[in-house]
Design a protein around this ligand. Structure first.
Ligand SMILES: Cc1ncc(COP(=O)(O)O)c(C=O)c1O
Length: 388
């Protein structure tokens, strides 16, 4: 049976060109970039070159004295944790209701320890309310220590108004952390002129390896370490740097940026084909967030009168991999906090699946997915109707 992977918001397949480069780096010898011998110096030069390359593909320089910095982390969760816990230690934290669980859980943990949180709502199509950010800053601006918002939502794909958020925060002199985990490598980015203070990203969302990511810091922005140890990364993230992973992340980002126009066209074409193919057969389906700009490959579809978990399992049996929300919560699959924040009706929240295509997805796969999804929907919808 042909297997079709449509869960690219959870993680992407590593690009074979990246895997090859990473293997070569792994086989290159011992790599501790802090060692003072020739092996160490060689690793350091590979690491520095990869970091510089990452900076340039993000539109920022990392070699200026007191300039922007890149902290290498284990991925989005760690970067988000360090941003929330380390960019400020008192004052209000402003977040949106649709942030990733790695932000929400960290904020909840901080709240238990006395930090106060303020929440931005979203409209019914999943766009964060910038009017509320403005109002909040007018009312409590002096007490706000940090605003943390996502650049695009991982469930609906809705692209959030980050330039507007950064302008509002810049005018008020409030730091803005952006969780750009779903947009780096997918949308153009020029960090130097972005006005944001810190940004999270992770390699496995753009066909790089899992287990490595970054927290970019604008010039003069200081962050506390999450843990303590050696002097690596100016003591803000101690531990031996994973040189091969960083080299692979640089390569993956290079490919993603250089091939962005082509990948965007391809993903949008396939995503639209999937949505239109399903809507032609089932006009009653609801595509969440469709009125807003969305990530080119993401589609969140409500299959009314079905249960998302049964649909997910039926599709898995048919060889189609998708998701019923954020991958981090797919085990227990509680109702989506994103759709809940969008005030979608229960029937939609209960029946929504997320599909994500990538540059490796093909028309044949999408055609097969349309048939399989449509069949599963027909069966499960009928069953629900009969049962009721
Ligand atoms: C928006 C967003 N933030 C953070 C993360 C966490 O990233 P990681 O899996 O690299 O820890 C994800 C992963 O799904 C995400 O989609």
């Amino acid at each position: 049976m042909m297997k079709v992977y449509l869960d690219n918001n959870a993680t992407t397949a590593i690009d074979p060109r990246v895997a090859k480069m990473m293997l070569a780096q792994f086989l290159d010898g011992p790599t501790n970039a802090s060692s003072q011998h020739a092996f160490g110096r060689r690793s350091r030069s590979h690491l520095d070159a990869a970091m510089e390359a990452i900076g340039s593909y993000l539109g920022t320089r990392l070699d200026e004295p007191s300039g922007a910095r890149l902290i290498i982390t284990s991925g989005g969760t760690e970067s988000n944790y360090q941003a929330l816990t380390g960019l400020s230690d008192q004052g209000l934290l402003v977040l949106s209701r649709i942030e990733h669980p790695s932000i929400l859980a960290t904020a909840g943990w901080l709240e238990q320890r006395g930090r106060s949180l303020r929440w931005l709502e979203v409209d019914q199509d999943g766009l964060i309310r910038m009017d509320q950010l403005e109002a909040m800053i007018s009312a409590e601006g002096h007490d706000i220590a940090l605003v943390s918002l996502m650049a695009a939502n991982n469930e609906t794909g809705v692209i959030q108004p980050m330039s507007q958020a950064s302008e509002i925060c810049r005018q008020a002199g409030i730091p803005l952390h952006v969780d750009a985990t779903q947009t780096v490598g997918k949308l153009p980015l020029n960090l130097r002129d972005s006005g944001i203070s810190a940004m999270t990203f992770t390699a496995h969302k753009f066909h790089g390896p899992a287990g490595v990511g970054g927290l970019w810091l604008a010039p003069q922005v200081k962050v506390e370490p999450v843990f303590h140890g050696g002097e690596q990364q100016l003591e803000t993230r101690p531990g031996t740097e994973p040189v091969a992973l960083v080299v692979a992340m640089a390569e993956a980002l290079k490919l993603a940026v250089n091939e962005m126009a082509q990948s965007t066209r391809h993903c949008r074409m396939l995503r639209d084909r999937l949505e239109n193919g399903l809507l032609e057969r089932h006009p009653e389906l609801i595509v969440q967030g469709k009125v807003h700009d969305r990530l080119p490959g993401t589609s969140s579809i409500s299959f009314l009168k079905t249960d998302r978990q049964s649909m997910l399992m039926a599709l898995d049996m048919a060889g189609i991999a998708c998701s019923s929300g954020s991958a981090c919560s797919s085990g227990s699959s509680p109702p989506s906090h994103v759709l809940t924040a969008m005030s979608r009706p229960e029937t939609e929240i209960e029946s929504t699946l997320r599909f994500g295509v990538s540059k490796f997805s093909t028309i044949e796969e999408i055609n097969l997915a349309i048939d399989s999804i449509s069949n599963a929907y027909n069966k499960l919808r009928k069953k629900t109707c009969v049962d009721n």
